[in-house]
Design a protein around this ligand. Structure first.
Ligand code: GLA
Length: 384
């Protein structure tokens, strides 16, 4: 693979040694969006687009990172971890910072990394990079960390060091993925189960809107606050057993929130219904009813667009084109929103036509080109 050769030879050229190679995937999420930070359920999977890291230990305290794709270098020290002006370096530094809160590292780290995850398209390249560093250090220095704690550590790096208040879905999916399986994750208990996604006759296609609205991070945090505000209203009436939207029913929302706070009602109702959709969708998959599952994806998009209001015109257009195509089983925006990709389940025999139609209509309706990615479900972060 091209990227492995590139990073291996760059590592040899820079450090004069043969590296250990780590593959750390991006993720898709079939259904269950904006539910993770509300202690709900998600249904993600790791994919065949990944960040690849060539790594090696050091016998001093130094850190030397190279982003092969950006052609950019960071040099620092374990003893002086500070946020860097080079945004990409913070994902690596954040993980090292978290590890050092728990244990002392015996030496520094050399890294050259590159990848096949399109950056900024909502496929969680940042979670992949964080996990890659955690697994690298765990492997090189035999730190004895388990996989779920490493995913949580990556999330804390993102929350505390990078400063994005994301939930656990992305880091968990990238770390814990298994080939051909989706992960049903309970984001409250972190209990999880794998379910095979029998892809007979259909494919997962991602349509990249290629827009990234600046609203994304501020609105993400606003949604979290709106959900918390809704929970606080319900809790005031029902009692302290209501800790998050996981404990809230539509009946409670109708009684205590709908008339008083119509905006909060829309936000919270979306989340409560999305959790229900996911549970019903898992039952559809178990019954082999992929058509029914696909319908729930359309409903999820509708909720995200009209009730949770995290879509954008471009994503709505991609979903609209997909919905009108007879070869598509289901489609919706994926991830945080305000840009990035839609996820589409497309019948194999309709693949070529679907791709041609999306490309043509998206260009006609937005003046922009879309990028299409077919993806397979692969294993989580691992040493190659
Ligand atoms: C982003 C966050 C995730 C999750 C999704 C929305 O990808 O990183 O934690 O909240 O948005 O489902």
């Amino acid at each position: 693979m091209q990227v492995l050769e590139t990073i291996t030879s760059a590592f040899r050229g820079t450090f004069g040694e043969t590296p250990t190679l780590i593959q750390s995937p991006g993720r898709v999420n079939l259904i269950g969006e904006h539910t993770d930070y509300n202690e709900g359920f998600v249904l993600p999977a790791a994919i065949d687009k990944a960040i690849y890291l060539a790594v090696g230990p050091r016998n001093d305290q130094k850190l030397h990172f190279v982003s092969a794709d950006l052609n950019s270098t960071y040099q620092g020290s374990l003893t002086d971890i500070r946020r860097s002006g080079k945004g990409w370096a913070n994902y690596l530094l954040g993980v090292i910072d978290q590890i050092q809160k728990e244990m002392s590292l015996p030496g520094g780290l050399n890294v050259v990394f590159g990848g096949t995850i399109p950056i900024g398209s909502g496929l969680s390249s940042s979670a992949a990079l964080e996990n890659g560093v955690a697994v690298a250090l765990n492997h090189l220095y035999k730190l004895g960390m388990e996989r779920v704690p490493m995913a949580l550590l990556s999330q804390r790096a993102e929350n505390q060091f990078v400063g994005v208040q994301c939930g656990i879905m992305d880091q968990f999916a990238s770390m814990m993925g298994q080939e051909g399986q989706v992960i049903k994750l309970d984001c409250r208990s972190l209990e999880y189960a794998y379910a095979p996604l029998a892809m007979d006759g259909f494919r997962i296609v991602l349509c990249d809107s290629r827009v990234k609205h600046s609203l994304a991070s501020t609105e993400y945090n606003t949604r979290r606050e709106e959900c918390e505000a809704g929970v606080a209203i319900v809790r005031a009436s029902v009692g302290d057993q209501v800790r998050s939207l996981r404990d809230v029913t539509m009946d409670m929302l109708n009684r205590y929130v709908r008339d008083q706070e119509p905006l909060l009602y829309k936000r919270c109702a979306y989340v409560v219904l999305e959790n229900q959709r996911l549970l019903n969708g898992v039952a559809d998959l178990e019954a082999g009813n992929i058509e029914a599952f696909g319908q729930r994806m359309y409903e999820s998009h509708e909720g995200l667009s009209k009730w949770y209001e995290v879509s954008c015109p471009e994503l709505d257009i991609l979903e609209d084109i997909a919905r009108a195509h007879p070869g598509v089983l289901g489609a919706r925006m994926m991830g945080g929103g305000f840009g990035g990709c839609t996820i589409n389940l497309v019948r194999e025999d309709a693949l070529a036509d679907f791709e041609a139609v999306v490309q043509r209509e998206y260009l006609e309706r937005t003046g922009q080109e879309t990028l299409l990615h077919e993806c397979r479900i692969e294993a989580g972060t691992h040493v190659v």
